[in-house]
Design a protein. Structure first.
Length: 208
């Protein structure tokens, strides 16, 4: 009996020892746990790494880089920009036509218009411009006067008040960029005032 008791007594301590052993073993994992939090701070420390290479994206970047990449994109496409600036790309070539017959802009906005001549003919033979006429202007009368105004690039001095905006005359391979304030809401006629072109080369600018 005594032996059995002893054995039990011995066994119990062994258990206890085992538990004790286990306990420290459990204690060890907690140490691992703190080490894992240490990994987290290290992640947070990543931003500090970029700080060492400051030129790259600013402080909070690494993870949310995508977000940051999007962030700068939004400002560039900010509604303010689109509201205040209308961009128009108009193409012409070795024929009597504009790529656009109708141009819509926001009334009062700033319009940036690029006229590009993709043809090969020189401007003396196939020159084009873009002339926006004010309301009430008789286009045919304007064109008849303009065709005799070669010295002023086919913009007649006497009818300057009829012109809201215009590009210069360009030939093949050339382009011209102008900026002007879109007129009040309404429909306006634009023409090419190069001799003989305006009857066909015409369209409407609609300000809304
Ligand atoms: Cu023309």
């Amino acid at each position: 009996m005594s032996n059995r008791l002893v054995s039990k007594v011995v066994r119990i301590p062994v258990f206890l020892v085992t538990l004790v052993c286990c306990t420290p073993t459990n204690t060890a994992p907690p140490e691992v746990a703190p080490s894992s939090p240490a990994v987290l701070p290290s992640t947070q420390a990543k931003p500090s790494a970029p700080e060492k290479v400051p030129a790259s994206t600013p402080i909070k970047p690494s993870g949310p880089e995508g977000l940051h990449a999007n962030a700068p994109t939004k400002p560039s496409n900010s509604p303010e920009g689109s509201r205040n600036m209308t961009t128009v790309n108009l193409i012409v070539g070795d024929s009597l036509s504009y790529s656009l017959k109708k141009i819509e802009v926001t009334a009062g906005s700033t319009v940036k218009l690029t006229l590009t001549h993709q043809g090969r003919m020189p401007k003396t033979a196939m020159g084009h411009n873009w002339v926006l006429l004010s309301n009430g202007t008789n286009a045919n009368r304007f064109l008849n006067t303009a065709m005799r105004a070669a010295k002023t690039d086919y913009i007649p001095e006497s009818l300057k008040d009829s012109v809201i905006a215009h590009t210069k005359v360009i030939g093949g391979g050339e382009s011209d960029i102008i900026e002007f304030k879109a007129p009040a809401a309404g429909e306006y006629t634009f023409v090419c005032s190069f001799p003989g072109h305006g009857i066909v080369m015409t369209g409407k600018l609609i300000a809304k």
